[in-house]
Design a protein around this ligand. Structure first.
Ligand code: NAD
Length: 415
């Protein structure tokens, strides 16, 4: 790999590459959405202004693509569209997904590919990856696309990277969609193939196959084997904490384990919630600001049910909490358990709960402070920065897409 290709590879791995898709039809729009979901910034280019407007208004016009996805990705600033090819100047990759209808003579009409490549060629710059996805006859990439792109003086495989990856999507298929149809990639050079694989590997579930090879080997080798790509590539966004509300989610279990590993202790018995005490003290996940209190105080469901407002609480402590305001239940805990408030504050801190905000019954300040502490906990575990996307006004993860946790017995009793 040269410096140029290595730079692009790093950008693809870090999802900082700016991706583009030309042709926002049945093939192009789902691909742009998958790229944006994977964490890239994706720009669609289409000559049809109605499609461009729809994306920029947060609407889908393709049955396989949910409007909620287009809306949230657009609002998060990760998906947009334009009719103007000048945007190619700012892009690192472009996938060409324009139509290739058959003529009467049964050969494909190449005019759409030619016109799309003309548009790209004007703004082609060193280090870009161009992938042709349109269905076409063998040889199109080398005979049509390559010479048009090289006309400006840049060389394929040296100054820019070129690959063909025919689209195999089957619109309406409930099982196989853009995210899990395996891709076949043919690069102009081995480096071109590697970069195209890198692009799709980040967005399309070729990952499953890779995980099957890498994860068991790594787990069974006691940490000696190379860290699997799926772990190297993993990212976490702050707004995910808003949508994590049920113990069915793997990320929820992960954060919960980190909290217990952080030596979380019971608030009345002052005992570490280790393997033995967890069961003995009948520990379960409960609300910190009780559900009943939240409803009475009109706390929105998104924050009320988020993992930020939950922790491991033993049965006895939870009975004392009931549905009361934190200031009240903390006083009850202190008097029943005969523990001074400074010690209780320490026990709360072991759950990364900001004690003063809790004592003040200040849900909003509590939520912001604990969310930040959970982000730091996750950052320590992952060795990577958690992207703070909530204060920017838009969360990438909309909690409305996620199920509500089946309410536990005690929580129901609270109401
Ligand atoms: N739809 C499928 O089921 C399917 C499956 C496999 C492969 N393919 C292939 O994928 C390619 C795209 O198919 P599709 O179904 O998405 O087509 P489509 O007609 O749904 O969408 C193509 C889009 O490209 C846009 N376009 C045309 N010329 C353009 C240009 N010069 N610049 C920018 N945009 C332009 C059109 O406005 C349209 O929005 C075709 O080659 C097709 O054969 C399609």
């Amino acid at each position: 790999m040269t410096q140029l290709s290595e730079t692009l590879r790093q950008k693809l791995r870090a999802r900082t590459a700016r991706t583009g898709v030309v042709g926002l039809g049945y093939v192009g729009l789902p691909l742009a959405v998958e790229l944006a979901k994977a964490g890239f910034h994706a720009t669609g280019i289409d000559l049809d202004a109605r499609k461009v407007d729809a994306i920029n208004e947060g609407r889908s016009y393709i049955p396989d693509v949910r409007t909620a996805d287009v809306q949230s990705l657009h609002a998060a600033g990760r998906l947009d569209a334009t009719t103007d090819f000048a945007v190619v100047r700012d892009l690192d990759t472009v996938n060409i997904c324009v139509p290739t209808p058959l003529r009467k003579t049964k050969d494909p009409d190449m005019s759409y590919i030619v016109s799309a490549v003309e548009g790209i060629a004007k703004y082609l710059h060193p280090g870009m990856l161009i992938v042709l996805e349109s269905t076409t006859y063998p040889g199109t990439t080398d005979e049509v696309v390559q010479p048009m792109l090289e006309a400006g003086g840049l060389k394929a495989g040296v100054d820019f990277y070129l690959a063909f990856s025919p689209e195999r999507v089957d619109p309406g298929n409930p099982t196989f969609q853009t995210h899990n149809v395996p891709k076949v990639v043919g690069g102009f050079t081995p480096t071109c193939s590697d970069l195209a694989k890198e692009l799709y590997g980040s967005a399309i579930e070729t990952r499953f196959v890779r995980d099957l090879e890498q994860v068991p080997a790594w787990a069974m080798d006691g940490g000696g084997a190379e860290v699997p790509r799926t772990i190297q590539d993993a990212t976490f966004v702050e707004s995910r904490l808003h949508s994590l509300r049920t113990r069915n989610a793997a990320a929820y279990k992960g954060i919960y384990s980190l909290l217990l590993g952080n030596e979380a202790r019971d608030w009345m018995e002052d005992k570490a919630l280790d393997k033995v005490q967890y069961a003995t003290l009948e520990t379960d996940i409960h609300h910190i600001f009780p559900r009943k209190w939240c409803i009475a105080n009109e706390i929105d469901e998104e924050r009320r049910e988020s993992i930020v407002n939950k922790t491991a609480i033993t049965a006895r402590t939870n009975r004392t909490i009931g549905g009361s305001a934190p200031s009240k239940y903390l006083a009850a805990i202190e008097s029943k358990a005969q523990i001074p408030s400074t010690q209780v504050d320490g026990l709360l801190e072991s759950h990364l709960i900001p004690a003063s905000e809790l004592r003040a019954d200040d849900f909003s300040s509590f939520f912001v402070a604990r969310r930040e502490r959970l982000c730091e906990l996750i950052e320590n575990a992952m060795g990577k920065r958690v992207q703070r996307d909530v204060d920017e006004g838009h969360s990438t993860e909309g909690s409305e897409q996620f199920e509500i946790e089946v309410e536990d017995r005690d929580a129901l009793l609270e109401i």
